[in-house]
Design a protein around this ligand. Structure first.
Ligand SMILES: [Zn+2]
Length: 188
């Protein structure tokens, strides 16, 4: 795809990270990305952004990026994947400072790639009590000590055709952590 980035979701948080405004295809996007609880923007208001992020490492990444944006008073942009069972979506997330405190967060779609249906990303597929760790930024999954592409992970863990699939637990893979670190901290 060569079309320019399409803004698909924008929101803003105040200085206490409470979500104060949501715009764009948020509801559609949330449902397609297996987060139906995020599909009702009204319920988002007054909750903090961090209350939606279960993983401690991911919270740290966000905090570090916010610190950086605030310290430099300049936006940062990082790559992000936001896949559905049928589509790989390559996005970028831009965090900008707001006058008077708080931040704007804008996600733009750069390109998409169709993929054969991947049950692991289908929120309606039955789940077992097992857990699989998935990088919230690039969608790699952890197999033992390694992080591998989703499809590769499904194959390595022999998840094809399973009646119940592991529950997804989000985290940050090593290579995203290293890449995101460039955007960390006010003094780096
Ligand atoms: Zn990653």
């Amino acid at each position: 795809m060569t079309s320019p980035p399409r803004k698909i979701c924008s929101y803003q948080v105040d200085a206490e990270f409470r979500i104060t405004l949501v715009a764009g295809d948020w509801a559609k996007f949330a449902v397609e990305n297996a987060a139906p609880e995020l599909a009702h923007p009204v319920s988002l208001r007054q909750r903090t952004l961090f209350s939606y992020i279960a993983d401690e490492a991911t919270r740290q990444v966000y905090r570090a990026m916010f610190d950086r944006v605030a310290a430099r008073a300049k936006p940062i942009t990082v790559p992000l994947r936001c896949d559905s069972p049928h589509v790989r979506r390559f996005l970028e997330l831009t965090i900008s400072p707001r006058e008077g405190g708080g931040f704007h967060l804008d996600s733009s779609l750069l390109r998409t790639e169709p993929r054969p249906y991947l049950a692991l990303l289908d929120a309606t597929h039955p789940r077992s009590h097992e857990l699989i760790r998935m990088c919230g930024w690039c969608k790699a999954v952890q197999v033992n000590e390694d992080w591998v592409e989703l499809e590769q992970g499904v194959e390595m863990l022999d998840l094809f055709g399973r009646n119940a699939l592991p529950e997804i637990k989000h985290g940050v893979c090593k290579s995203c952590y290293a890449g995101l670190r460039e955007n960390f901290g006010p003094h780096t």
